[in-house]
Design a protein around this ligand. Structure first.
Ligand code: IPE
Ligand code: IPE
Ligand code: MG
Ligand code: MG
Ligand code: MG
Length: 297
């Protein structure tokens, strides 16, 4: 798949998921309108939408329907957006810029940002549970179970805890790999795995796609860490140079930028090699994997 068609396909996925997000996010009204405004502010209009795009591209491999894939992609994006709102809070990374604009707690206030994050997280499970996601309630239940594991203490939230505790402490590459797989890899792995769950309980693709997403997810976070050192603030849409200042435990800190880039490249090679059984049908996933290491934002 050429770089141009990847870019086009990614833009089309982003537009399609934006429509679903706009539909599922409540319209601001009533005395709680401020909360609903903050939820929409944190979610709509920006972001690469990589995770929903992975659900869609992996669904083209498993044969899962696009409507369900888009709803699951939207649910993942709701959780991802909540994780960014909370990640930026003063008690966590204390970042004032996100997706090229003021962070949610800057545009609103800290209490509103905390509540908006809470409500985005719970909305995600509502979206998964609704019948429009999949006609089979067992499939919806399995999606919710796997998403909870990816987003919760065994995954994203647990990784965020380790990330904060590892600030200013001497941790080795194995601990960093674990924390980054948890905080970022788990949700990206679920994005790929979900396409197999949506295809039905007997889909043979689940383990393969999960493994692909797990390696890709770690590579994605290593590149995020590299962009904090080498990236252009206007392109990445958030402040750069903050990880070293905060004493964050990253591959860049222990291996240097060149070593971290080599690690990300070898993870992407490994992720792609996991797709060897698929033939040309998985070319879009392979192209996404290459994009993850080459990206500038
Ligand atoms: C940023 O994720 C936070 C990480 C988990 C590395 P993205 O780089 O996907 O952020 P958006 O959604 O495009 O803003
Ligand atoms: C955050 O990692 C991962 C999340 C689960 C939100 P970072 O703290 O490195 O993400 P950025 O750089 O602020 O986007
Ligand atoms: Mg963080
Ligand atoms: Mg951060
Ligand atoms: Mg970062």
């Amino acid at each position: 798949m050429s770089a141009t068609s990847l870019a086009e396909s990614m833009t089309a996925a982003a537009k399609a998921v934006e429509r679903v997000l706009d539909e599922v996010l409540p319209r601001p009204s009533g005395p709680e309108a401020r909360l609903l405004d903050a939820m929409r502010y944190a979610t709509l209009g920006a972001g690469k939408r990589l995770r929903p795009y992975l659900v869609l591209a992996a669904s083209r491999v498993t044969g899962a329907g696009e409507g369900g894939a888009l709803r699951v992609g939207a649910a993942i994006e709701l959780i991802h957006s909540y994780s960014l709102v909370h990640d930026d809070l003063p008690a966590m990374d204390d970042d004032d810029m996100r997706r090229g604009r003021p962070s949610c707690h800057k545009a609103f206030d800290e209490a509103t940002a905390i509540l908006a994050g809470d409500a985005l997280l719970t909305l995600a499970f509502q979206v998964v549970a609704e019948a429009a996601t999949h006609p089979d309630p067992e499939v919806r239940c399995e999606l919710a179970r796997a998403l909870a594991i990816a987003a919760g203490a065994p995954g994203m939230v647990g990784g965020q805890m380790i990330d904060l505790e590892a600030e200013h402490s001497a941790v080795d590459a194995a601990v960093i790999a674990r924390l980054e797989r948890m905080k970022t890899g788990a949700l990206i792995a679920f994005s790929c795995e979900a396409a197999a769950i949506l295809a039905g309980p007997s889909s043979p693709d689940r383990g393969i796609l999960r493994g692909f997403g797990f390696d890709l997810g770690l590579a994605f976070q290593i590149v995020d860490d590299l962009l904090d050192v080498e990236g252009d603030e206007t392109k990445v849409g958030k402040k750069v140079g903050k990880d070293a200042a905060a004493g964050k435990a990253t591959f860049v800190a222990v291996l240097g930028a060149d070593g971290a880039r080599r690690e990300a490249e070898s993870l992407v090679d490994r992720a792609i090699s996991r797709l060897s059984g698929y033939g040309g049908g998985a070319d879009e996933l392979r192209a996404i994997a290459r994009f993850v290491v080459d990206r500038k934002k």
